[in-house]
Design a binder for this molecule. Structure first.
Ligand SMILES: *[C@@H]1O[C@H](CO)[C@@H](O)[C@H](O)[C@H]1NC(C)=O
Ligand SMILES: *[C@@H]1O[C@H](CO)[C@@H](O)[C@H](O)[C@H]1NC(C)=O
Length: 359
């Protein structure tokens, strides 16, 4: 695997590219809102690009309004009166800059990748100390746009050994609706609770209702709980299906993941029962399948989930001092997980943005 990386700062490719940091170190040292996607089909198509641009602008808007220091860094966060409040107007500022950066960096980075690799594209918007005046006379705080490109070999879906091993370790995120780089630093504090072999950490405020993963959204396929039958819906198909897909609602404090939203859309279009409710560990005897999603792995089936048997003083402990309860899905990806994965791949082809569109 080649370790080529590129960084574009406000449309200028930074040189030398051998000194571009890994994306995690880059995000740790730059405040801002960001989004990460990748190419597929051998670097020809940028996955769900419009959705990513839209969420990026939305993250910028949310941070500008509620957590300016996450966007501008502490030193630049004071002038808050001049923020533009609609994500549409943020899109009009950000998108041309991002487009211009991709137009320059995609051709060079595509030359560096090998056949099985795809490009990972991370776009970070950070506030700076300057202001600028728009055509309508409105003064806005200025932003810098960084595009970081590296290579990645996507895991193959469906291989049993590629299952995720999860451990519930910590509390839900602040301003979870925005995707921001500060979280990359905060989530490091959870590492001391990561059991060996755990591939992703899950967040929960009470050790029962599971919100999301530290870099993924979390779903389970559960047998329908008979105590909920009163709120049953009217579709025959849905009533017949004894299972439903569950994930925590945005209102509980989870990231509006791009793939999370696609899972919901796929469930509706395929008639798969779906309920936006935090999966409850205490109801795990009803769980049949579990999977996590993000824009790099897309859909990954879960093999094991571990949860501390006591939630008390968890933050003071290390993984060794915790007693873990475990549940296991031994069969590889389940039927509904696989169907959802297939449908998302179809949409990736329909909705992706061709790399040639940036030329
Ligand atoms: C992938 O794309 C590169 C050019 O970017 C090409 O040389 C290579 O043959 C392609 N691989 C496959 C498997 O199509
Ligand atoms: C990027 O900008 C160019 C030039 O303005 C435009 O033709 C192209 O459609 C844009 N591409 C995307 C993917 O927005």
């Amino acid at each position: 695997m080649s370790n080529c990386r590129f960084l574009v700062i406000n449309g200028i490719i930074s040189q030398p590219s051998s000194e571009v940091p890994q994306i995690s170190s880059f995000l740790e040292t730059h405040s801002g809102a960001y989004t990460t996607t990748r190419t597929h089909n051998n670097g020809t198509c940028v996955m769900f690009w419009e959705r990513h641009l839209h969420r990026l602008a939305e993250s910028v808007r949310i941070l500008a309004e509620s957590k300016p220091d996450f966007l501008f860094g502490l030193e630049n966060s004071r002038v808050s009166s001049s923020f533009s409040s609609s994500s549409l107007s943020w899109e009009s500022v950000i998108n041309p800059l991002v487009n211009d950066s991709l137009r320059k960096v995609l051709p060079v980075s595509l030359k560096e990748k090998s056949s099985e690799e795809e490009l990972v594209i991370t776009t970070l918007v950070t506030g700076n100390s300057r202001n600028f005046e728009r055509e309508d006379g409105k003064i806005l705080k200025d932003v810098d746009v960084f595009v970081h490109v590296s290579v990645y070999v996507p895991p193959v879906f469906g291989v049993r050994e590629n299952g995720a091993h999860l451990a519930v370790v910590g509390h839900g995120r602040d301003v979870a609706r925005a995707k921001f780089s500060k979280w990359v630093r905060i989530r490091k504090n959870l590492e001391k609770l990561r059991p060996p072999l755990a591939t992703e950490l899950l967040l929960s405020d009470d050790g029962d209702q599971i919100l999301e993963g530290s870099v993924t959204n979390f779903f389970i396929v559960s047998q329908k709980d008979s105590s909920n039958t009163l709120e049953e819906n009217h579709f025959d198909l849905k009533r017949e299906c004894p299972y439903e897909v569950q994930t925590a609602p945005l209102a509980d404090g989870v990231l509006p993941g791009i793939i999370r939203q696609l899972v919901i859309e796929v469930c509706f279009s395929r008639g798969i029962p779906f309920r936006e409710v935090a999966p409850q560990w205490s109801k795990r005897e009803l769980w049949h399948e579990a999977f996590i999603t993000n824009s790099l792995r897309l859909v990954q089936h879960v093999e094991t989930i571990r949860v501390p048997s006591s939630w008390e003083l968890l933050e003071l402990k290390t993984w060794k001092e915790v007693n873990w309860e475990e549940t296991c899905f031994k069969e590889g990806p389940g039927i509904l997980t696989s169907e959802i994965q297939r449908e998302i791949m179809k949409r990736a082809d329909l909705e992706g943005c061709q790399v040639s569109d940036f030329a």
